[in-house]
Design a protein around this ligand. Structure first.
Ligand code: ATP
Length: 472
């Protein structure tokens, strides 16, 4: 049954059936990076679209943004990430492997097994630092190597080169405009657009701004498949409230999150709310709940819900000199809103969805494995097959039905590989809720066989009725 699923089951299914591959696999891989194959990208989009529909389109208190990944480095200075976005790093003096100090037993190296090989942890900043603009980059390299004279010879105008180098040195000393970071969270792209959105739309408080997109963290030890990656996708909301309204909004978000997790097909029994104690909370947060899930490798964080006070907007106000105050329409006193942040990780949602859907049963004494995905998340909604591949009249009719359904549902697969039994098993394995088979009777009476993934029962229906049977 699904609770016995192992991480290996999930990884092997994902690779075999084209959900998720190791990043740069052909060159030996790059730790902490993953590529989505045809079915993986469909599943991922279905999850992200469901989130967007639930939290943005279906509500009238939410607006969306899509901010740039590269941001002015002042963003990360003001937010505290430059100084404090760190994890404790230790290195084994024997095998030189590096670990997150808070995730291992420091008495014994988990890699070589030798005891007492770790020194004091040092704080490792997880942001990927990068440079914006080619000239500054070249000059930076030159400065690092101290080859100023050599480079000057390559430029006809020595004076210009020296001037550029001096300028660049100055920038370097001051942190440099060209230094940037791959964003470690999408949230700051929301905060920095708070004023823009208010000025364009003037929404009533409470209201939220939502964003989906890539985030990057130079994790010390990426692990457990996509669970801890160095490049991943977040879906975040900053929900702006009056200070005295935060508790009510926080409680409402708990309920909304729980409803969404049910839509993902996650059983309530596997979802746990952890009230994060004072000592473990980020310094700006007055309340945080980690929604944990029973993953195949154990219970761990699926998403977070935090009350971030007015920490971020106040910091932006201080650092930028621009007012982040909201002016109520009724003319009452302006204020800097407080914020509730539900922060979802797409990769962890995918792992939770796959491990919840992974099901084994027995059909006529034969063991069967299938993905019991909610139909609205299934990468393929219906597969269409001719009973026999080598009968042109069956193939032509099957193509006709396939084209018709594809126009309506999009995610329809034409499958004529192997015999019909094998096709059903293959479609079960990727979670396709229904298979439609065209046989010789179809040619005379326009009926097809429709087979359900969950019950394996087959029914004879008119082609015109297929649409009513299928998940929308
Ligand atoms: P953790 O304690 O597991 O490192 P976190 O508390 O640092 O996570 P947040 O900063 O709250 O995570 O990020 C919000 C969400 O983003 C997490 O709940 C998770 O779903 C996702 N996330 C964070 N880091 C990663 C990662 N390295 N790989 C995949 N998803 C991640």
């Amino acid at each position: 049954m699904s609770q016995e699923v192992t991480l290996e089951d999930i990884v092997s299914l994902c690779k075999r059936r084209g959900f998720i591959y190791q990043g740069s696999e052909v060159y030996g891989g790059l730790a902490g990076t993953w590529d989505y194959g045809p079915l993986g990208v469909a599943l991922k989009r279905n999850i992200m679209n469901l989130w967007w529909k639930t939290f943005v389109e279906d509500r009238d208190d939410m607006l969306g943004v899509d901010a740039a990944i590269l941001m002015n480095q002042k963003v990360w200075q003001a937010s505290g990430h430059v100084d404090t976005f760190t994890d404790p790093l230790v290195e084994c003096s024997n095998c030189h492997n590096r670990f997150r100090a808070d995730k291992i037993d420091l008495n014994k190296c988990p890699n070589c097994g030798k005891e007492k090989t770790f020194g004091e942890p040092r704080q490792f900043n997880m942001m990927f630092k990068t440079k914006v603009g080619p000239l500054a980059d070249d000059i930076h390299l030159v400065l690092e190597k101290g080859f100023i004279d050599m480079v000057s010879q390559e430029f006809a105008d020595k004076k210009t080169t020296e001037k550029a180098i001096t300028l660049s040195q100055k920038q370097l000393d001051q942190g440099g405009d060209y230094v940037s970071y791959l964003r470690p969270e999408t949230a700051q792209g929301i905060f920095t657009n708070f004023k823009n959105v208010v000025d364009s739309f003037y929404p009533d408080v409470p209201f939220g701004i939502a964003q989906q997109g890539k985030a990057f963290r130079n994790e010390i030890s990426p692990r457990d498949f996509v669970f801890r990656s160095r490049e991943f996708e977040q879906m975040e909301i900053e929900y702006f409230v009056r200070e005295d309204g935060w508790q009510e909004a926080f409680e409402k978000w708990i309920t909304d999150i729980e409803a969404f997790l049910r839509e993902l097909g996650l059983p309530d029994s596997k979802v746990h709310k952890l009230e994060v104690p004072d000592a473990d909370r980020a310094h700006y947060s007055k309340r945080t709940i980690d929604f944990e899930f029973d993953f195949p490798v154990g219970r761990d964080e699926l998403l977070g819900l935090a009350y971030r006070t007015d920490f971020d907007l106040q910091n932006i106000q201080k650092a930028s000199g621009k007012s982040m105050e909201y002016r109520p329409k009724d003319g009452s006193a302006p204020f800097v809103p407080h914020v509730i942040e539900p922060s979802f990780g797409v990769e962890r949602a995918i792992m939770a969805v796959l491990s919840s859907a992974y099901t084994e049963d027995e059909i006529n004494g034969e063991k069967r494995f299938y993905l019991k995905l909610p139909a609205h998340l299934a990468p393929v909604k219906v597969a269409v097959s001719p009973l026999l591949k080598n009968k042109p009249e069956l193939a032509a009719k099957a193509r006709e039905v396939y084209t018709r359904l594809k126009q309506e549902f999009g995610a329809v697969m034409y499958d004529d590989n192997g015999n019909i039994g094998k096709r059903y098993r293959r479609q079960d394995e990727i979670g396709t809720p229904y298979c439609v088979t065209i046989d010789f009777d179809t040619l005379t009476d326009d009926t097809v066989t429709i087979r359900s993934r969950d019950t394996t029962e087959q029914e004879r229906i008119q082609i015109a009725e297929i649409t009513n049977k299928l998940p929308v």
